[in-house]
Ligand binder design. Structure first.
Ligand code: SAM
Length: 482
């Protein structure tokens, strides 16, 4: 199978399409009527498709039906370029001559095309996940809580920000382990963003005149839990390490033990990757794109590999979708650590799909993948993992090696820093492994584009949709092999 293009070479030629265009109307009418659930008599030649309730996803099903019936591949851009049946008739009737929107010129990668067509759904996924008011309603209180944890930790380490006179130059509180140097620098950034300090002459940190909010973190935490219950489990995860920040910084407490050593903490981690509103919005977006892309293809078994599958937050959505859509698949669940496999095996033991369709294997994406995986997969996906590797280009180059020609890499990664992540994952070594040109392990779209293109990918796409004033975070990137 190749996912690369829809081109006339797959179907019949343009001349033939001219004749076909004349005969196409009844086929389009019937496909529209069945997909939109309306009478074919209501599908007027000049009725705008939007008035018939046709959304971009529906247009793919309509095209598929028509293509199957007439045995000719049509441009995936047809519905984007045409607003009613009359325009479709004209476009197909003129074949290659209409404004360049021709069967022959429609050789843009299918993956990119589908991504663009789905852009309008990002807002809906955010609303369904409950994250469409995050930046205005949740983030400010979350930031305030993070600030309180840092102020309290600094006080426990002997640096009382409320006692420091404006203009006082602050130094790193004593007793902090050297390995947390980059984290401490980030904590100063957060204090600066909160207005409590400012940076001078590059790295100097100076206390400002802004008073410290004296509300204890425990009060802020309870308020946030009560007022934003949908995000409660995410904040409970933050509350594992937040109150213990000073101990984690000095080594008196072990963040790995705090986060992974108890089943209640592991449950909160799994809950975050699987059900946190931000994760759900991204997973819904990703699975909808997978569904679209793979539904266009026939009965061939789709091979998918997930890198750093860990708690399986994304896996769940993708597997549920594949089963629901009846797409035959083989899913290779990988992680650098096999410790995740036991739980994952239990979780997916009874999915209603062919036996052995989910397999488990160790894969370190910082190393050249083993021979058995090379050039094998139609899709490789990875959520919140590649950022934790030393070099995004090296890891993405390895990911590309897993793909067959025409395959694609689907990557879900935070696009901007969220301070609470620094207070949880920033305590772990993996957060600070980066040795490429990043300033922080979280990279923005332009950094990812550069890294993915340097890894040999083309057509790197992501969402520009603005929800509550921001682009999706995490962002879902798709990168094609050709
Ligand atoms: C933040 S977790 C994400 C978990 C998972 N993607 C989810 O959504 O549930 C990151 C995962 O990446 C894995 N990981 C870290 N470094 C890796 C590497 N070099 N190669 C493969 N996996 C890695 C970790 O073991 C961990 O399971």
């Amino acid at each position: 199978m190749t996912l690369s293009v829809i081109s006339p070479s797959h179907g019949k030629d343009v001349e033939q399409s001219n004749t076909i265009a004349i005969e196409l109307l009844p086929t389009f009418r019937s496909a529209i009527s069945s997909e939109a659930g309306i009478n074919s008599g209501d599908v007027g030649l000049n009725t705008p498709f939007a008035d018939l309730g046709i959304d971009p996803f529906m247009t793919f099903s309509i095209l598929e039906i028509v293509q199957q019936r007439i045995g000719v591949e049509l441009p995936a851009s047809l519905f984007r370029d045409c607003n009613n049946l009359s325009e479709i008739q004209k476009t197909l009737g003129h074949g290659a001559d209409v404004n360049g929107h021709s069967l022959r010129s429609s050789n843009r990668p299918l993956v990119e095309e589908i991504y663009r067509e789905s852009e309008h759904l990002v807002g809906r996924f955010a609303a369904e996940a409950g994250v469409d008011d995050f930046w205005t309603k949740v983030y400010p209180s979350q930031k305030q809580l993070v600030l309180a944890y840092i102020v309290e930790a600094f006080a426990q380490l002997g640096c009382f920000l409320d006692n420091e006179a404006p203009g006082t130059v602050l130094s790193t509180p004593s007793g902090i382990l050297a390995k947390h140097g980059r984290l401490v620098n980030t904590l100063f950034d957060i204090l600066a963003d909160g207005g409590l300090v400012e940076r001078r002459n590059g790295n100097q940190v100076v206390r400002t005149s802004q008073p410290v909010d004296s509300t204890p973190s425990v009060v802020l935490f309870e308020r946030l839990i009560q007022s934003r219950p949908l995000h409660a489990k995410t904040h409970r995860l933050l509350n594992i390490t937040g109150p213990r920040l000073s101990e984690c910084l000095t080594g008196a407490a072990d963040p790995i033990k705090l986060l992974f050593g108890r089943s209640t903490s592991r449950d909160l981690l799994e809950e975050f990757y699987t059900n946190a509103p931000m994760s759900v919005a991204a997973s819904k977006h990703l699975s909808a794109l997978f569904r679209r892309i793979f539904s266009i293809k026939g009965d061939e078994c789709i091979e998918i590999l997930e890198i750093g599958a860990g708690f399986g937050g994304t896996t769940k959505f993708v597997l549920d979708m594949l089963v629901d859509a009846g797409i035959p698949f083989k899913y290779t669940f990988t992680d650098v650590s096999p410790s995740f496999f036991k739980e994952a095996k239990n979780r997916y033991a009874n999915i209603p799909a062919a036996a052995g369709c989910v397999v488990y294997d160790v894969l370190d994406i910082e190393k050249t993948p083993p021979e058995k995986f090379l050039g094998r997969f139609h899709a490789v996906l990875s959520t919140n993992c590649i950022h934790a590797t030393k070099d995004l280009t090296v890891s993405s180059t390895n990911a590309r090696k897993l793909l067959r020609d025409g395959g694609f890499f689907a990557l879900t990664e935070f696009r901007t820093r969220l301070y609470w992540l620094d207070l949880v994952f920033g305590l772990l070594d993996g957060w600070w492994l980066f040795k490429d040109d990043r300033k922080h392990c979280i990279a923005d779209e332009s950094f990812w584009k550069t890294s993915l293109e340097a890894s040999g990918f083309s057509h790197v796409v992501w969402s520009e949709a603005i929800v509550d004033g921001q682009k999706p975070n995490p962002q879902v990137y798709f990168a094609c092999t050709e």
